[in-house]
Design a protein around this ligand. Structure first.
Ligand code: ADP
Length: 362
């Protein structure tokens, strides 16, 4: 186990700055997800930590020791790539111990580590197979095994689950997190998939154009996003974002001229981006003073959720309805129907339209 400290690290390719100076402190034994849209610099940052890319400025420390100039092989880190890059002519066992052998490790020790890793991964019976005789999930395990036998202080994962189908990916997520806990190493995991980040990580580092937008637990990132980008990136379906004027009224605040229910403190009139997640919009068949007219445009049924997409006078909104609720609304509703929505004011997130930063209430 080891801490990883990134101090003022900067990386450019030619004149293009990919990572402006960033600081990041990763605790020993922590599982960190680097998440962000494609091209946000996640892989670059991971490769910088691995020592596969030189940096223009800053320092990288492993347990307080400066490794900025250390070769990748001297860093006590093991990387698992998206393309497993297994040697096709070698068996599972040979693939897993190849790097150790090359380093001239003690054969008895190699054997001990191999046996342990195969057992941990449930791959003991496959030790003598070639990669071509394995499923995608099993190949992924071999790639994991190759990292595990090295007993590194830090695991670096670059989208290692991307080549698996959705079902296997969900199962492998859990296994990988359990492995991390068992090994007690520090893990840094790159993904563009917010669900992967949310379900596996202790803390998420959300990147956009090389800049850290927010660092926090999945709960903090979801419930207390620092800015509009974070709020919109995390959450599926995406948070509703409406632009309009928020007014205190005479004790009855309103947004875009529409009444809001109690729960939001509004002290002064101002233009905002009002964010509200689909699960925080309730749908009604009957009107009421704090409900907004809602014309349904589409219905999405996913099994455990149903989402209604439609128009309100303040803009388009997606609302989650419980598909199993007693009133059966989710099954009855059709496009074109006129209903009413209520924005749950205490869950509303407000953002400055200019800077995108989250505002305190009111
Ligand atoms: P992500 O992993 O978030 O998708 P990357 O770290 O791969 O993003 O890339 C970040 C940016 O750096 C992208 O704009 C990409 O085009 C650029 N980039 C990555 N590698 C190189 C390289 N070797 N040379 C020049 N530009 C690169």
């Amino acid at each position: 186990m080891a801490t990883v400290t990134i101090e003022g690290v900067r990386k450019s390719y030619g004149r293009t700055e990919i990572i402006p100076p960033i600081d990041l402190e990763i605790a020993s034994g922590e599982f960190i997800a680097l998440v962000g849209p494609s091209g946000s610099g996640k892989s670059t940052l991971l490769r910088v930590i691995a020592g596969l890319e030189e940096i223009d400025a800053g320092r990288i420390l492993l347990d307080g020791k400066d490794i900025t100039r250390a070769e990748p092989s001297e860093r006590d880190m093991a990387m698992v790539f998206q393309s497993y890059a297994l040697y096709p002519h070698m068996t599972v066992a040979e693939n897993m111990v190849f790097a150790l052998r090359m380093r001239g490790a003690d054969p008895a020790e190699i054997d001990r580590r191999l046996t342990a890793a195969l057992r941990m991964l449930g791959m003991t019976d496959y030790a003598n197979r070639k990669p071509g005789q394995l499923s995608g999930g099993q190949r992924q395990r071999v790639a994991m095994g190759r990292a595990i036998v090295r007993q590194p202080q830090v695991f670096l994962f670059d989208e290692p689950l991307s080549n698996l189908d959705a079902k296997l990916r969900a199962a492998t997520r859990l296994e990988l997190r359990a492995l991390h806990d068992q090994l007690g190493a520090t893990s840094i995991f790159v993904t563009h998939d917010q669900i992967e980040a949310m379900t596996m990580a202790d803390r998420i580092v959300l990147l956009d154009r090389g800049r850290i937008q927010q660092i926090g637990t999945p709960q903090q990132i979801y419930r207390e996003p620092r800015n509009r980008f974070v709020a919109s990136f995390i959450g599926s379906p995406e948070i509703n974002m409406l632009r309009g004027v928020l007014s205190p009224g005479a004790g009855h605040p309103s947004f875009a001229g529409l009444p809001l229910p109690d729960g939001l403190r509004v002290t002064a009139e101002r233009k905002v981006d009002l964010g509200v997640r689909p699960e925080h919009v309730s749908v009604w068949t009957e009107p009421a003073p704090d409900r907004w007219p809602f014309e349904v445009e589409a219905v999405e049924f996913t099994g455990h959720d149903a989402f209604l997409l439609g128009k309100t006078p303040a803009g388009r909104i997606t609302a989650r309805v419980d598909p199993d609720s007693e009133n059966g609304l989710a099954d009855r509703v059709t496009a074109g129907q006129r209903l009413h929505v209520q924005v749950q004011a205490r869950h509303v997130l407000l953002f400055d339209p200019e800077t995108g930063l989250r505002l305190p209430d009111g």
